[in-house]
Design a protein around this ligand. Sequence first.
Ligand SMILES: CC(C)(COP(=O)(O)OP(=O)(O)OC[C@H]1O[C@@H](n2cnc3c(N)ncnc32)[C@H](O)[C@@H]1OP(=O)(O)O)[C@@H](O)C(=O)NCCC(=O)NCCS
Length: 202
Amino acid sequence: MLANRMSFRVVDYDELDADHGTQASCHEIMAYGSSGDDSRVRTMRLRATGVAPYYGMYAPDGQDVLGQVLVHRFNFVFPDGTSRPVSALAGITARPDRARRGVARGIIRAFLEREEDGIDHSLLWINRSWQAHDLYTSLGFRDMFSPPLAYRRVPQRRQVAGAVSFARCGMKDIRSIVKMHARTCEGRTGIVFLPPESWGHL
Ligand SMILES: CC(C)(COP(=O)(O)OP(=O)(O)OC[C@H]1O[C@@H](n2cnc3c(N)ncnc32)[C@H](O)[C@@H]1OP(=O)(O)O)[C@@H](O)C(=O)NCCC(=O)NCCS
C-alpha cells in the first residue's frame, strides 16, 4: 500500500488556480450534492461566520484537484463551561480514481499543521460504521459520543410481551421529550441543553 502513496502539495482556497474552480466544485458536489460559485464563498468569508478564514484545503495536481477538506469555525462549549473557537472538518473528499493513496490523510495533516493560534481542538462528524473511521483515529481524533441506543424496524410485526412500540409524538409528549433531551445532554462534551423556548424553528 505504501508504494502507492502520492506526493502532492496542499493549498488553501485562495491559492487554488482559477482553472481549478470546476474541479473544486465537483468535490463539493461529491460531499454535499451541490456547490456554489466563488461569489458564495466570498460572501460566507466576508460575513466571517461559520467558516475558517482560509475556507478549506485542497490538493491540486496538474489540471486535477485530488481532494479537499472544508473548514468550519465556531464556538464550542467545553465541559468547564468556557466557550472557545474550534475548527470542524467537513466535506472531506478524494478522487475515487486515486483512492487509498494518502490524499485525504495528506490534506488533513496539512490542515492540522496549519491550525492557528488559539484553536486547540478540531472536530468532525464521523461514525464507527463509516469506512474511513480509521483514517481519523490514526490522525489522533477520538470518538466523543455514541448514542446509547440504536433501533431497527422489525420486518414483520410480531406481538411480543413487553416489547417497545413506536408512535408519532405530539404536543402531549413535550414534557417527556424535554426530560429525555436534558438527560441525554448531561455530562457530554460540546452538547448543551437547548431550552424548549428556543425550539420554535423545529
Ligand atoms: C473517505 C475518503 C475521503 C478517503 O480518501 P483517500 O484519499 O482514499 O484516503 P487515504 O488514502 O488518505 O486513506 C487513509 C486511511 O483511511 C482509511 N480508508 C480510506 N478509505 C477506506 C475504505 N474505502 N475502506 C476502509 N478504510 C478506508 C484507511 O485506514 C486508509 O489507510 P490505509 O490506506 O493505509 O489502509 C474518500 O474515500 C472519499 O472521498 N469518500 C467519499 C466521501 C466520504 O465518505 N468522506 C468522508 C466523510 S467523513
